[in-house]
Design a protein around this ligand. Structure first.
Ligand SMILES: [Zn+2]
Ligand SMILES: [Zn+2]
Length: 244
């Protein structure tokens, strides 16, 4: 009890001395707008809403109507059951993802991970999954960046839902070009054969929630899912922060 109170006093003091600021515009946060955004900036975040593709989560132009399969998923069903994102990769959400990923603001990443865990998703209930796996980085990229952004997000989701986190079983064996610079077809070719499961007993029979930061063409998510399904996973669903 005493320790709890002391902790509260210290964190209260820290709030006065170093008030939390909006990570986008710098406004002081006075208990609104969540952990990282002021209410103004939060209002620019476009959270993904229906109607969207029941499988890959592609948002449709229409603002009303039921979810259905998109053309691409009708032609070829992805190896994951469902892919969902917190929001659209633009505006304030894009800014904070850059702060986290390219400027090493880990605390921003942790706050984004908590947002990701708390948001509701159509056709995806995080609590239904038995294992959380972040999309791995190749060791070379990990050395360059110093952290795996997907692992930081995954850790928050794992913590909030008490779902085990496994970040060694899926490995990136090929150092590929950054997906950002490539077109759709080249992205798929770029990640083909880039991942492997080190120990299938770690994935067998699991309902896996795969976590990544940004979903662009879905080729990374699809390639990881394919490898995990081949290694005996019962299901793989994909959760990302933002959809490009
Ligand atoms: Zn702001
Ligand atoms: Zn689709």
């Amino acid at each position: 009890m005493m320790i709890c109170e002391a902790k509260e006093v210290v964190s209260g003091l820290a709030d006065i001395l170093f008030p939390a600021q909006c990570q986008t515009c710098g406004a002081v946060l006075i208990g609104d707008g969540g952990d990282i955004f002021c209410s103004n900036c939060l209002s620019t975040v476009r959270f993904t809403t229906a109607p969207q593709c029941t499988s890959c989560g592609r948002p449709f132009e229409a603002t009303q109507g039921a979810d259905h399969l998109c053309e691409e998923c009708i032609l070829s069903r992805p190896p994951f059951s469902v892919a969902r994102s917190l929001g659209v990769y633009e505006g304030a959400l894009l800014d904070v993802i850059h702060l986290f990923k390219y400027h090493g603001k880990i605390s921003v990443g942790e706050a984004l991970g908590r947002m990701m865990a708390q948001a509701p998703y159509d056709s995806l209930a995080i609590g239904d999954y038995s294992l959380i796996i972040p999309v791995p980085l190749h060791p070379k990229r990990l050395r360059e960046r110093g952290f795996n952004q997907s692992l930081i997000l995954a850790r928050q989701v794992s913590k909030q839902f008490s779902i085990p986190l496994e970040f060694l079983v899926l490995r990136r064996t090929l150092h590929t070009e950054a997906q950002v610079t490539l077109s759709g077809r080249r992205r798929r070719a770029n990640v083909k054969g880039a991942f492997e499961v080190t120990d299938p007993s770690g994935t067998q029979g699991h309902k896996i929630l795969l976590i990544d930061d940004v979903y662009t063409t879905g080729s990374t998510a699809a390639e990881c899912s394919k490898v995990l399904m081949k290694s005996g996973a019962k299901e793989v669903a994909v959760l990302t922060l933002a959809r490009a």
